[in-house]
Design a protein. Sequence first.
Length: 570
Amino acid sequence: MSGAVHYEVFIRKTAPAPWTLLMATEDRKIAVETAEDTLRDDRAAAVRVTKETLDPETLEFTSLTLLTKGAPEVQRKRLVPEAEAGPRCAAPQDLYAPQARETVAQVLEDWLQRQGVTAFELLHRPDLAERLEAAGVELQHAVQKVAVPESQAVGQPVHDLMRHYQKLADQTIERLVSAGRRNLFPSLDDRSLADVAHRLAGTPDRGFVMGGVVASALKGIKGARARLDRLMTLAEAAPMEGSPRALVMVPIEQILCEMMAARTGLAEILGPSLDQGASLAAVVRMVAPREIGLLVAQDPKLELLIPTVDGPAERLGRRLQAGEFPILSASLARMVLRELMSPRRLRPRDAPGEIDILRALAMTLTATAGRLLTLEEIQNAFTERSRSIVTADFVAAYVKHCDTVLCEAEQLARLCENVTGVANKRSAARWLSACVGSLRFESEMRRHSGGHSHALASLAALQRSVRACALSESDEEQILTAVGTVGGAVEAEAKIVAQLVRSPAPVPARLRVLLKLAAGETGPTGPCADRAKAEVMRLLRAPEVRGALSSAPEEVGALRGLMRQAGLAA
């Protein structure tokens, strides 16, 4: 037996808008006429009339659609499955998870920076919670920053999420303030940290309470360097082993991770005078002091590029080297990789210095490969960084201080050597190829201030630098040929080979000079070396030369080695 019946009229003002109730009536005719009049008068994009019948047993209405007219309903695809719908944080405890703390640090970044604290401390210090609650607007803006993007991601109404997160924030603050009023966080004024840790071991909220103890120990300490020093002192006071030690070290590590993630905090700890490249090098030295010490012992020049780490940072480095705070070590290593892969310049006002620090970072990070990062990750980071140093802007800044085109070519050869990645090598090779193939390069080498012999020696040194760049075979051959062609023009103009042949010097001495030229030691390979080889072969066929060499057997051994280098002997 059916119960009461009524009719409902729903409208959609626009095609993608949701259905909203316009009216309810017990007269079917009125409901249908109202729907059609509304649609005809363009007061809605679509209308729907339903018959609602009450079930007397269950007291629930059964709905039956009688009429649907207008624009078809837009079927929205739900962004997340029904099972995963809902706020990402449902209870105050959820805010203490690492990902949630990271979000808190982002949305309250300015407020936390003004207070000089981290998100972990905010969630464990009652005084900070009361201060944030009193701010009012700061908390409201933070709730909006969380709710709006989450609403777009999961398809839930933004106002519902805002109400939920505002309530969650109020509950979290109330919980923290209540814990402070009940003196839940023991003070370290009259007891040791180790004693507190042993007493808390096995208690239900030990993590929350110990977090409050560690966070309260930083109260009143200003500056990242002083706070790091205090945390290292707390780490030294921690129990020696077991779960009590972990109970202390975990919150210390969490605070350290958040401190180091802030750019201003890291700059204060390592030194505000350091540029970006030096800061990254100092981070690597702090994370891996033993490996960097061994590298510096082998190459003292690195000592000038990698800043010294002292004070609290050195204390932290010793603990990181001993294997403590592994999450912090990984976080710092990932931060170095992120900065290397970012477009930010390492040394904005010193392009040659950027190559130096980049080379130092490559050496230091490679030395730590396997412990902090994989070799593949390091190579990918430097490949990405190399892409930014073969651009026109960087190359222009890199060679800006060169007075001669030969200096530019030498700098570009150094650039080719220090970039990684096939595409980046090719881009760098194009810059060098354009330089050595220019008319300016040939003209300057012909008018070299040091003379033609010095010009040939410089071209030979440039070729050796190119061979050390590990360029592709075609790029290397193209550049070497261009340099050799210029060397041939310089030698032909000065007639150096002909002058050596006619020189009154002893035969072994003339052969030695010609063989060095033919081997590419004192002149570039190419036409110049070919002419020297031809004259050497002509001289060796002369009877008087053979006689002179037979009378000086001690010279023959040295000449034979040069002939092998020149490809004139097996």
